[in-house]
Design a protein around this ligand. Structure first.
Ligand SMILES: NC(=O)c1ccc[n+]([C@@H]2O[C@H](COP(=O)([O-])OP(=O)(O)OC[C@H]3O[C@@H](n4cnc5c(N)ncnc54)[C@H](OP(=O)(O)O)[C@@H]3O)[C@@H](O)[C@H]2O)c1
Length: 307
């Protein structure tokens, strides 16, 4: 049986979620956010409904995930509202995308985050957002942005705060301002991790969920997820699973505090991704996968899941 619960649960603030979740960016187009081919919102809604049928109760989205054909938040709302009580929807704010035209502009200032939060409330049809990530992308305004989100939380617009695309310093400063329940950073076999492992370890130490993105796509931003690494294919063949499933299983093996949010607009891929919750890799597999370097060769073994 395919079930998201097979990888266990984690508590985000006061909300318990299955560690195998779903990322909504690809519901809007094959490349997400207007890149690649646009997707049919009805087909995308079927993907979201199937995810929830299979036990997914953690959905990652953003108001700025939209293409000419579909908006992730509206697809989720159309597919699932009224929402099941146990569903946690995590959204993110910060990137300066015009929410009508799609044009990219300046990052939102802290005092502009209210508009982004309100846009998410409206498009998702929620009275309070469950978790809002400030997607910083290396900016130095994390404390001010987190403070602004905390004030919106005090007003009752949101429950919990996370940060995204942050280094250890930004995480540390954010934690001085408010409780941080999750960190969403890029992390995948073959991705240059720089201080990603430090952030992963800090999250473990402080009971914060680490939620990596591009688990399957790796370094690619566009719509091709063709596997680039022999070692991933070899491990997949050894287990009789797909490379995407190996990537998800590797992610889940990074720690109990790690939540997977593979993204897809395809029901068959979704079913495969959820089934990965039950895939168990060996220690040897994990060492080999953790050592994939960006050139595609498995170099010096490291154990990135050990802090
Ligand atoms: N915080 C941030 O800055 C940030 C940035 C990017 C993404 N995110 C979040 O993280 C989520 C995950 O990232 P992502 O969706 O970009 O990348 P991903 O999950 O790593 O990979 C998605 C890509 O893999 C393909 N794919 C999915 N399942 C597959 C399978 N079983 N077999 C073969 N190919 C498969 C998808 O194509 P199909 O759609 O055709 O299946 C798509 O091309 C996003 O949906 C979004 O919610 C956050």
């Amino acid at each position: 049986m395919i079930a998201a619960a097979a990888a266990g649960t984690w508590t985000l603030g006061d909300r318990t979620v299955n560690r195998l979740g779903f990322g909504a960016m690809r519901l809007t187009g094959t490349g997400g956010m207007g890149r690649g081919a646009d997707r049919d919102p009805h087909q995308s809604a079927a993907v979201v409904r199937r995810a929830v049928e299979l036990g997914v109760n953690h959905v990652d989205t953003a108001g700025f995930y939209f293409s000419a054909s579909a908006r992730a938040n509206l697809v989720i709302r159309d597919a699932l509202a009224p929402y099941p009580d146990d569903l946690t929807i995590v959204t993110k704010v910060g990137p300066g995308r015009d929410l009508v035209t799609g044009e990219w502009g300046d990052w939102a200032r802290p005092d502009e985050l209210r508009r982004h939060v309100e846009h998410n409330l409206e498009t998702l049809g929620l009275e309070r957002l469950h978790v809002v990530n400030y997607r910083s992308n290396g900016r130095d305004d994390v404390p001010a942005a987190v403070e602004a989100l905390a004030a919106l939380g005090d007003e009752g617009l949101l429950d919990h705060i996370g940060v995204s695309n942050v280094g250890l310093d930004e995480l540390t400063t954010a934690r001085r301002v408010a409780d941080i329940v999750c960190v969403q950073n890029r992390h995948a076999p073959g991705y240059e991790r720089s201080d990603a492992d430090d952030v992963l370890a800090a999250c473990r130490e402080h009971g914060i969920a680490f939620v990596p993105f591009f688990t399957i796509a790796g370094r690619a931003r566009e719509d091709s997820a063709a596997e680039r690494y022999d070692v991933v294919r070899e491990v997949a063949d050894a287990h009789g699973v797909s490379p995407a499933q190996v990537r998800i299983a590797w992610t889940l093996a990074l720690g109990d505090h790690v939540l997977a949010i593979p993204g897809t607009g395809d029901v068959a891929h979704l079913e495969q991704n959820v089934a990965a919750a039950a895939v168990r890799l060996t220690d040897d597999d994990l060492v080999r996968l953790g050592a994939v370097d960006p050139d595609g060769s498995a170099a010096v073994p490291s154990r990135p899941w050990v802090s």
